[in-house]
Design a protein around this ligand. Sequence first.
Ligand SMILES: *Cc1c(COP(=O)(O)O)cnc(C)c1O
Length: 355
Amino acid sequence: MTRPLRALIDISALKHNFSIVRNCAPQSLAMAVVKANGYGHGMLRVANALENAEGFALLNIEEAVTLREAGFNQTILLLEGFFEACELPELAAHSLSTVVHCPEQIEMLEASSLKRKLNIFLKINSGMNRLGFKPEVFNEAMHRLVECPAVGDLCLMTHFATADEAQGIAPQMACFNRVTSGLDAQRSLANSAAIIRYPETHADWVRPGIMLYGSSPFADVSAECLGLKPVMTLESQVIAVQEIKPGEAIGYGASFRSKTPMRVGIVACGYADGYPRHAPSGTPVLVGGVRSCTLGRVSMDMICIDLSSIHHVGIGSPVIFWGDGLSVDEVAKAAGTISYELLCKLTQRVPVVEV
Ligand SMILES: *Cc1c(COP(=O)(O)O)cnc(C)c1O
């Protein structure tokens, strides 16, 4: 047998989560966000499972071409747009859509002589101050794009900074509505949090990411409460057991020292697999179906867990780090991060198995 660590991907959970997007935003087209290799789940695997989505959104042209060449005829959108003029003929050749967020990109479009028009998502900076045109320069950007022979359909787009937080979206929504009022174009605003909480943001295209993968966008509402099912389960096995005496330490830096006799399980999974090295002692795990926790520092290839009161487990017992029965959101919180990071940082060496 090979090393027991695996990431199981539950395709039916992915489809189920997509149906939640449809229930939340029944009038909108859905652009499934598959950046970062489908949040670590496999871009093509996710696209195949969500073939009914009207579009896919991702970051680079290579991935976009891979999707197109795999036979996906939907809208495929580059969320950061193009970076150099030399990408434009390739975008046109594959009918890829692109975000335009800065005047330099408009100049490149104006200077191009494309044989086919490109569909553009014109990004408005409504307050996040990352990508997009500020309200005061939006009209000029819009005008130049409308006049540009290389430009086909236009969709007006923005992205929310706090749709998942108590402060909500009101100022950004008001800004977007003011800037785009009366314009004849499609609109796209909503990430997962806005899809769930703010129907007024749904418009023509919604852009679900994290909710597809079964994690909650909100710190204060669980995925389960939202009806979402975990897609990725990271599981391994106990590969060794150590009995330690009071005063003995566990792992690098001897950062955990026991006050009592303990039974410690060593599990095949470490930071080189994508488990967060900064997860402290006490981060939850499931072993043999029972909740336990990590002990000491996470090594490159191994983690120690507490088996002291779980007598039925030993070498070969299954361990779940997140997924089925243990929410990735809970683990992320314990490790001081967010589910997005845990999911997309799974590394190449972890075998992925579809279930
Ligand atoms: C990543 C991303 C999304 C998806 O966000 P989630 O919070 O994962 O739903 C939507 N829109 C843009 C522009 C993004 O970059």
